[in-house]
Design a protein around this ligand. Structure first.
Ligand SMILES: [Zn+2]
Length: 379
């Protein structure tokens, strides 16, 4: 694993815009949680250990963190290995957001002593996490006021917030893993659409965006995002439902709670991307679909593909998106459960997703030759 990390480090250091790998260790208090999350995804990605593409190339995945104050995540390849990376800033945002949620009285009130929480408001209207990033990039110190504001008072809820953050990070890892396994990287390279997948793109000019070929390519990129989201979401839910959780503390929460946190965590990532886009001033919804549509894609994925495994998934997913309402009092711009439910039934959304489903089916055919699949054991 250490040699893999050296490989990760030298790959990102050798890019046109070099990036620095972020060293993590179980023994360091400041990076222990990074290490837990990385060890967990490394073990889970053994699922793909015997996967090969049509050219008989074995899938090799190397996860790692990137030292960067810009929130982002990436999937890339050097031709033999695939690299999935999460920027440190995204790790911070996810943790702050998760702690903030558990500091709200009505958020998962069945966990710990919720009545003791003070339901704080964000410090300057920014999503928790983005406030911290903005604050520290300006070189300002984080005071006790900050902690008081954001951290759950009840220790059981504090611990649950750390597990929710781990679950959200896993969703991001699995999303990047899907970009590799499902042949997205091979496809976008062969078709000269892009050389890697970055979750937040800022580099497209107005001229590029008026070019038809570029627009077509971006539509394909959007479909790949829906595909990676669906795979990551289904994978995250299956880990809980099939007893594959490898983080002991999450396993100890029990299946019911772990499934509910998993569903909420994936939905919450959609909203965080909305906030991060606004923070980075990313040209909206270009290479990636609008986060709100991504959330709808997840709810639809739950209803369409997961019901046979988890009979009450519809109710659970409804109760997960309604959890946004328990935060709405202090972040009014966060999604509304009622609106999500209404939009799910609306003709407009149904038609939009019918079109997306058709385009996705066609794209999946084209991805076949790039994807990695488990090889049957030869007898
Ligand atoms: Zn992606």
């Amino acid at each position: 694993m250490i040699s893999d990390y050296n490989q990760f480090r030298s790959f990102f250091a050798s890019q046109d815009v070099p990036e620095k790998a972020f060293d993590v260790s179980r023994d360091e208090e400041t990076t222990n949680l990074h290490a837990v999350s990385m060890e967990s995804i490394t073990a889970l990605s053994q699922w793909t250990e015997n996967s090969y593409d049509r050219k008989n190339r074995k899938l090799q995945i190397i996860p790692g963190y990137i030292e960067s104050m810009t929130p982002n995540a990436v999937a890339d390849s050097d031709g033999s290995n695939f690299y999935i990376g999460i920027n440190n800033a995204l790790f911070v945002i996810i943790h702050e957001f998760s702690m903030f949620c558990f500091a709200q009285q009505n958020f998962f009130p069945n966990i710990g002593d919720a009545n003791n929480e003070v339901s704080p408001e964000p410090l300057d209207g920014r999503a928790p996490g983005l406030w911290l990033l903005n604050h520290t990039t300006k070189g300002e110190r984080v005071s006790d006021l900050h902690s008081k504001h954001l951290i759950p008072r009840c220790s059981e809820r504090y611990v649950a917030s750390i597990y929710l953050a781990q679950i959200m990070l896993r969703y991001v890892w699995l999303h990047e893993l899907a970009h590799c396994c499902n042949g997205h990287i091979g496809y976008i390279r062969d078709h000269k659409i892009a050389s890697r997948v970055h979750e937040l793109e800022t580099g497209l000019s107005a001229a590029q965006l008026s070019n038809n070929k570029v627009i077509q390519n971006l539509e394909q990129m959007q479909l790949l995002e829906y595909d990676a989201d669906s795979v990551a979401f289904a994978g995250s839910v299956r880990i809980q439902n099939n007893g594959l959780e490898n983080v002991e503390g999450i396993r100890n929460l029990g299946k019911d709670q772990a499934v509910d946190l998993t569903i909420f965590g994936a939905f919450a990532m959609a909203w965080l991307f909305e906030e991060i886009q606004a923070y980075l001033n990313v040209r909206k919804n270009v290479s990636h679909p609008a986060p709100y549509l991504r959330l709808h894609n997840l709810v639809r994925t739950a209803n369409k593909y997961l019901e046979s495994e988890l009979a009450d998934i519809r109710d659970r997913s409804q109760s997960a998106y309604e959890k946004f309402d328990s935060i709405k009092g202090v972040i009014p711009k966060i999604y509304s459960g009622q609106k999500i439910a209404a939009d799910l039934e609306s003709n407009d959304f149904q038609l939009q997703f019918l079109k997306i489903d058709q385009e996705m089916t066609a794209l999946r055919d084209k991805l076949q030759i790039y994807r990695f699949d488990p090889k049957p054991i030869e007898t």
